[in-house]
Structures are given as structure tokens and as C-alpha cells.
Design a protein around this ligand. Structure first.
Ligand SMILES: Cc1cc2nc3c(=O)[nH]c(=O)nc-3n(C[C@H](O)[C@H](O)[C@H](O)COP(=O)(O)OP(=O)(O)OC[C@H]3O[C@@H](n4cnc5c(N)ncnc54)[C@H](O)[C@@H]3O)c2cc1C
Length: 470
């Protein structure tokens, strides 16, 4: 056993599996009450840089205000640090040119916001901040994989580890083990090895493929250049295809194109612009023809909605799962990181309510963090069930009814500011889906849009002139 094998004193160490965003925000929360050991397979870069364990960082990552507010509540001043590092704070819907299945949204005055930058930068800013603030309370053990849980079907006592370079194996004890190892979490297998009955899992997979490429944006763009988004239509005649241009630090654009079964983009650079021009509107293809590609095309199939219902399972004591290890979502909705941040706030509140090391703490926290998971899950699967083959059975009657209502709201939002604001309340995860059943929303949905539909993208005259877009 290593010198880390025993906690300094009983009740004083948590072990976190993984060193990504969920791990860092959770480590921050736990460092207020205990020592924390973060075990990460990769080497974590000391500058904003790509790493093997975060392949999704090559693709668009938008942080909605629901998540950004939660990070700010945990780590005040992070938004400012991101801003100094080159991230953009984009007011919504002012800073978004978006084509919904029901038509172009208008650019209403700010009610919410999004933060855009590369995922490598976002993670780096948060990691530096968390580790700086925690001092010696958080230890990061890099190039080490967790390969199992120790304990019994009733209580987890620690983790089994293996060094990536030497293969050396070890057992590390902990009062609380947190799985933050992401989509590829091995917790189901590790629990089976302890004799724990499997938790229910649901998957809704539209076969979505993401293809992303970085461009140097054209010179002379206005500083408040918007996000450009052509959304897929889940209830159209063919596959769902869409795309987004997101401003990145360094005057760059991250361009992500996506398509479901039968309409997926490829990693061929020659086909990228062509695919973009064939979307429901060619604006993305037209704009990138004026920009300079500076990276190859990266492709991922890692996009299915998958949820483990751990909050309903009889998990052993002292085990908590968070982040993508609990649930991952179709990334076009951009909810994963916000759910993680809100989950970290909920964990903090749960510890405050029940007390650190109180009996059943992990179980209380697992149930509590299911709330933001539910919202994102309902949002994503409520749409994705309509793609052919996404589920074995197709949409249920209640899913069809809910979708018809959301379509009506989305149509109303194309010409009603208050309705657009209500939809954005939910999209940014600042409010739960119940917001859409408030009387003001229902009445506006009955009335429909009060302004006429837009027949072209709502770029301003200044924006059009900057890119010579007619
Ligand atoms: C293509 C794509 C685009 C996305 N876009 C958005 C977006 O726009 N907005 C948004 O909010 N979310 C988005 N997401 C979701 C977001 O990427 C995830 O929600 C988030 O990264 C999950 O964080 P995590 O810390 O739970 O897991 P991860 O980020 O996957 O981190 C897990 C970490 O654990 C480490 N690890 C794994 N196994 C072990 C082990 N056994 N031992 C030790 N270490 C281990 C890995 O190396 C990694 O560092 C997107 C996802 C994808 C796939």
C-alpha cells in the first residue's frame, strides 16, 4: 500500500475517480469538509491544452447561464477569470442567430447568457482556480486509473488503482468514493463484482454524429459577433441535421456539424462545407467560406442519451456517482456541464443539511442531484425519441403530446419575446420544465406569435457588412 493508503484521520478523506469538470467542482465542495484525493488517468495540462481523456473537447461546448451561475455560486469570480482568458459572454437571445424547426428566432433583449470558449480553456480555468483555493486539501494523483471498488455490497471502503506507467497496483481507503469518470464509467461492472444488483439504465440513441473544425474567423468582425445555430428538425422527413458556429478565444470559430442515422457528417475536410450548405439553411456554409480552416475535422459518435437510475437503486453506502457517469445527453442541447455544476451546488447543500459523514449522506446526495439530471434528460429524450431507431418502441402518446406543445411554444417564440424568454429559462437550465406550464406561457401559446415570421437570418447590418453577407 502507498502512503496514501490510509486517511490521515478517520472521516477525513474522499476519493474522486477522474479529474474532469465534475471531479474538480466536487473536489472543491468536499475540500471544505475533508481531504480530497483526485485520481486521474491522464496528465492534467498546466496550460489550456487537449488531453486524451477529454476527446469531446474538440467539439462545441456552450455553458448556459444555469450552469455558469452555479459555478459562480461555488467559485465566485470564475466568469471574470474566463473573460480575462478570452472567453465570450453572449447575451441571449440577443447574441444568437438561430433557426428553429419553426423558423428564425428573433434577437430579443438579454434575459439569459451563455459562455463560449474552448473546453480546454474552461476546464483549465476551473481546475487552476479549484486547486489554488484548496491548497493542500486536494491532492491530484495523475497517470493512475481506478480499476475497481473495495468493500462489500453494503459499504464501499475505497478503490483499487493501477499506475499507468509502472502498472503498480494499490488499494486506497476512503470515507466517501465519488465516481466522476464520465460516460465510460465502469461503476456498473464494479458494483456487479461487489454483488450489487444492477441499476436500471435507459438509452435513447438517435445515431447522432458530430463533426467539428476550427476556423480563424474573418478579420474585422464586430466584438459581439453572435452564435450561429441551424437546428435539426426531429420531426422532419429525413434525418436530423444541424450545425453551429461558436466564437472561441483567439478570434477563432469552432464549427460543429451534426446529423442522425442516414445523414451523418464525415471527417472528410472536402465535404465539411458542402454538408454545412445543405442544412435547413446554408448560412453556416456561406460564413465558413469566408473563414480559414486551421484544424482537421474531428468526428465523434459519443452522443447517445444514457442514464443510470442510481438514485432509485440500492447502492452501497459511501458511494456517489456524478456527472456523465450518471447521465450523458445528446450534446446539441449543451446541458452536460450545467447539470454537473448544479449537482455540485446540490451536493454542497446536502452536506450542509445532513452533515459530513452523516449516515446515508451519499444516498441523500444521489437522490438530490437527480433533479437537474431529470430536467436535462426530459429535454433531450423528449425530442430524440422522434428520430427513427432512437428507441425500440418509438415515442409514447404522452411524448407526442408534450412535443406538439413544445412545437407550438417554439413557433410562438419566433414572434413573442415573453415566450422566447420562457423557453430560454428552461434551455439554459435556470428553470425546470414546469416553467412552460405557467399560465402566462399557456395563454401566449394559444394566441401564437404576435410578430410576423422572419424570412432571413436576423444578422444586423453591421454584421452583414463585416462578412459581406447579402
Ligand atoms: C461531442 C460533445 C459535445 C458536448 N457539448 C456540450 C456543450 O455544449 N455543453 C455542455 O454543457 N456539455 C456538453 N457536452 C457534455 C460534456 O462534455 C460532459 O457533460 C462533461 O465533460 C462531463 O464531465 P465529467 O467530469 O463527468 O466527465 P469527463 O469530462 O468525461 O471526465 C472524466 C475524467 O475521468 C477520467 N477517467 C475515466 N476513467 C477513469 C478511471 N478509471 N480512473 C481514473 N480516471 C478516469 C478521464 O480521463 C477524464 O479526465 C458535450 C459532450 C460531447 C460528447
Amino acid at each position: 500500500m502507498s502512503d496514501l493508503a490510509s486517511p490521515a484521520a478517520p472521516g477525513h478523506r474522499a476519493v474522486i475517480i477522474g479529474g474532469g469538470l465534475a471531479a474538480m467542482l466536487t473536489a472543491h465542495v468536499l475540500s471544505k469538509v475533508t481531504d480530497v484525493l483526485v485520481i486521474e488517468r491522464d496528465t492534467l495540462p498546466t496550460v489550456p491544452k487537449a488531453r486524451t481523456g477529454l476527446p469531446q473537447a474538440r467539439h462545441t461546448h456552450v455553458l448556459w447561464s444555469g450552469g455558469a451561475d452555479a459555478i459562480e455560486a461555488l467559485l465566485p469570480g470564475t466568469a471574470k477569470e474566463l473573460d480575462s482568458a478570452g472567453a465570450r459572454r453572449i447575451p441571449l437571445t440577443t447574441g444568437m442567430v438561430a433557426l428553429s424547426p419553426q423558423g428564425w428566432y428573433r434577437r430579443w433583449p438579454e434575459s439569459h447568457y451563455a459562455i463560449t470558449c474552448s473546453r480546454d480553456l474552461l476546464d483549465w480555468v476551473i481546475r487552476q482556480r479549484v486547486l489554488r483555493e484548496a491548497g493542500t486539501r486536494i491532492t491530484v494523483m495523475e497517470r493512475t486509473s481506478v480499476v475497481g471498488l473495495t468493500g462489500s455490497s453494503s459499504t464501499v471502503t475505497g478503490v483499487a488503482t493501477r499506475r499507468e506507467d509502472t502498472g503498480e497496483e494499490d488499494t486506497l481507503l476512503a470515507d466517501l468514493v465519488i465516481d466522476a469518470s464520465g460516460r465510460a464509467s465502469r461503476t456498473p461492472q464494479w458494483l456487479a463484482a461487489l454483488g450489487v444488483q444492477a441499476s436500471a439504465v435507459r438509452e435513447v440513441d438517435s445515431g447522432l454524429v458530430y463533426a467539428s473544425r476550427i476556423y480563424q474567423a474573418p478579420d474585422g468582425l464586430p466584438e459581439d459577433w453572435p452564435i450561429i445555430n441551424v437546428q435539426a428538425n426531429p420531426r422532419g422527413n429525413g434525418p436530423g441535421q444541424g450545425g453551429v458556429i461558436t466564437p472561441l478565444e483567439g478570434g477563432r470559430w469552432l464549427v460543429t456539424l451534426h446529423g442522425t442515422h442516414g445523414g451523418q457528417p464525415t471527417k472528410e475536410a472536402d465535404e465539411f462545407q458542402h454538408f454545412a450548405r445543405k442544412l435547413r439553411h446554408p448560412i453556416i456554409g456561406e460564413l465558413i467560406s469566408k473563414a480559414t480552416p486551421v484544424s482537421p475535422v474531428s468526428v465523434t459518435h459519443m452522443t447517445a442519451n444514457r442514464r443510470h437510475f442510481y438514485e432509485k437503486a440500492a447502492l452501497p453506502d459511501n458511494l456517489l456517482t456524478i456527472g456523465d457517469s450518471v447521465a450523458s445527453y445528446n450534446p446539441t442541447y449543451g446541458h452536460g456541464m450545467s447539470v454537473i455544476a448544479q449537482g455540485a451546488v446540490i451536493l454542497r447543500n446536502t452536506i450542509q443539511r445532513h452533515g459530513w459523514n452523516s449516515p446515508g449522506l451519499a444516498r441523500h446526495a444521489q437522490k438530490a442531484i437527480a433533479k437537474p439530471v431529470n430536467t436535462a434528460w426530459t429535454f433531450a429524450t423528449g425530442t430524440d425519441v422522434f428520430y427513427p431507431g432512437a428507441t425500440g418502441t418509438g415515442p409514447t402518446a404522452s411524448e407526442r403530446l408534450a412535443a406538439a406543445f413544445v412545437d407550438r411554444l417554439s413557433y410562438t417564440a419566433t414572434g413573442s419575446g415573453p415566450t422566447a424568454r420562457a423557453l430560454t429559462d428552461v434551455m439554459t437550465l435556470r428553470k425546470g420544465p414546469e416553467r412552460l406550464a405557467w399560465p402566462d406561457v399557456l395563454i401566449r401559446a394559444l394566441v401564437g406569435p404576435v410578430k410576423p415570421p422572419l424570412d432571413q437570418p436576423p444578422l444586423t447590418a453591421k454584421e452583414r457588412a463585416a462578412v459581406d453577407y447579402n
